[in-house]
Write a protein that binds this ligand. Structure first.
Ligand SMILES: CC(C)(COP(=O)(O)OP(=O)(O)OC[C@H]1O[C@@H](n2cnc3c(N)ncnc32)[C@H](O)[C@@H]1OP(=O)(O)O)[C@@H](O)C(=O)NCCC(=O)NCCS
Length: 163
């Protein structure tokens, strides 16, 4: 496999990120303005994986909570389907943890859809735990938070300490 490097986003990356985001079902597709906000205003906690050719083959967009600076949140993570299972997802998550930890964060959160069993396996494999507090519902062996994103939109909330 060709080597890749993980780097912080630059503002212009949002165009390539938006294109790649189209290939990341069942992850949600955002409006371009959302990708742009991350690459511009959250670049120290947003990353791309880039091949030697300059092609962007993965991204992780995240931020530090303003309400609780000890918590960080990974909003979107995607690796190009043609190059999955080669460690790019893990490398992006590792880089996010390093950045969050340097900024004093103690815990990282994310949410995923209960039907996205591939991402659920991926995050469990990386040591994330499901949040089982509050109003939960069991969906195919996974604990989700009931109506997390509105009526009927149950979501799995994962967390992991930074150390
Ligand atoms: C989830 C996703 C980011 C994983 O990226 P990836 O580059 O293929 O993952 P990696 O190669 O870094 O895998 C890291 C580890 O997870 C494991 N893993 C990856 N995909 C897995 C799967 N579908 N089931 C079980 N384990 C999996 C790998 O075996 C690897 O384990 P190891 O390091 O112990 O060998 C990628 O599949 C993706 O983009 N999915 C679509 C978008 C999405 O659902 N994003 C997450 C929701 S926000």
């Amino acid at each position: 496999m060709e080597n890749f490097k993980v780097r912080n986003t630059i503002e212009e990356d949002f165009v390539d990120i938006a294109d790649l985001g189209e290939k990341c079902s069942p992850m949600a597709i955002e409006r371009n303005s959302i990708y742009h906000i991350f690459t511009k205003y959250f670049k120290s906690t947003s990353f791309v994986a880039e091949l030697g050719s300059g092609e962007i083959v993965g991204f992780l967009l995240g931020f530090i909570s303003q309400e609780n600076p000890e918590e960080a949140y990974m909003h979107l993570l995607c690796v190009d389907p043609k190059i999955r299972n080669m460690g790019i997802g893990r490398a992006l998550v590792d880089q996010f943890f390093e950045a969050a930890s340097l900024k004093g964060c103690k815990k990282v959160y994310l949410i995923t859809k209960p039907i996205n069993w591939k991402s659920i396996s991926f995050y469990r494999n990386l040591g994330f735990e499901e949040d089982k507090s509050g109003n939960t519902i069991n969906i195919m062996g996974t604990t989700a938070i009931k109506n997390y994103n509105g009526l009927g939109e149950h979501m799995v909330v994962f967390f992991k300490p930074t150390k």
